[in-house]
Design a protein around this ligand. Structure first.
Ligand code: FMN
Length: 255
């Protein structure tokens, strides 16, 4: 990579030198003088990489969407850490276009459940096309949303569709849907990793959440995620994940 390709930050041989040299040697700046810092990165031995990758996959394989929650309480700090973890997600133009609304409030959870069940009853009885119900039936879902009041916490993720610019005008956010999807994935991973369970619930339609949770017009609810411990008798559908061959295509000249 030459200096132009790496943004004019360093002469071509310096980034390797910076990685090898433990001393913090550079204050890197772009041409328009915005501050850059050296990348913090740890090189790992191949065996260690493989072990970590296997472990990560094995732990993620254990994750299941859980619809039966215990009412056992969860420390607020754990929820804060899950939100912080989700918020490390890569995101369009670094606008971080998300708001996490974390609820541990019995009265509000009851109102949330009533409103969600009101919509879901209509969806299940009138609005759901057959192509949708045929794939939901094996999952055993219905219009009863007990998890919204059983789980100690419910986190609702809102996508910010617009942002206020420094001149006060409204401008768009970029790739907010993708960004929130990635953030939700990282949040779910964090919840799983700390030993709790969640459900990615999408009451349909979700418009009622903005009003109920007093969010502004430029925000749109994308996911409702109850979080807690599973009920002692929690059951999950016996479903299977696609194999690598079914989900991936490689163009790999080395195999
Ligand atoms: C965007 C999205 C929306 C979902 N909406 C619902 C939902 O409204 N209700 C529900 O019970 N599960 C919902 N799920 C959970 C899926 O049904 C579940 O992830 C899928 O069946 C795979 O099961 P697993 O998560 O245990 O691997 C949703 C998942 C995603 C990613």
């Amino acid at each position: 990579m030459n200096a132009r390709q790496n943004g004019g930050l360093t002469p071509p041989n310096l980034s390797l030198h910076a990685l090898m040299n433990p001393e913090p040697v550079f204050v890197l700046r772009t041409m328009d003088d915005r501050p850059f810092i050296p990348l913090h990165w740890t090189e790992r031995l191949h065996d260690d990489m493989l072990k970590r990758a296997e472990l990560n996959y094995s732990e993620l394989s254990e994750r299941r969407t859980t619809r039966d929650f215990s009412d056992r309480d969860v420390d607020r700090r754990l929820i804060e850490l899950a939100i912080l973890s989700g918020s490390t997600a890569p995101n369009g133009a670094h606008l971080q276009p998300w708001t996490w609304v974390a609820i541990r409030n019995e009265e509000l959870q009851i109102r949330l459940r009533e409103a969600a069940e009101h919509e879901e009853r209509k969806t299940y009885s009138e609005r759901m096309p057959e192509a949708w119900s045929e794939v939901l039936t094996p999952l055993g879902t219905d219009a009863v949303k007990a998890h919204l009041t059983d789980a100690p916490w419910v986190v609702v993720l809102f996508k910010q569709k617009k942002r206020q610019r420094s001149n006060g005008e409204w401008g768009p956010t970029y790739y907010a849907t993708e960004s929130c999807g990635i953030a939700a994935g990282m949040f779910i991973q964090a919840v799983h990793n700390m030993g709790l369970v969640t459900l990615t619930h999408t009451p349909s339609p979700m418009g009622f959440l903005r009003e109920l949770l007093e969010r502004p017009r430029h925000e749109e609810a994308v996911l409702v995620m109850p979080i807690g411990y599973p009920a002692e008798d929690a059951m999950v559908p016996d479903i299977h994940r696609k194999t690598l061959d079914q989900v991936a295509v490689f163009f790999d000249e080395q195999s």
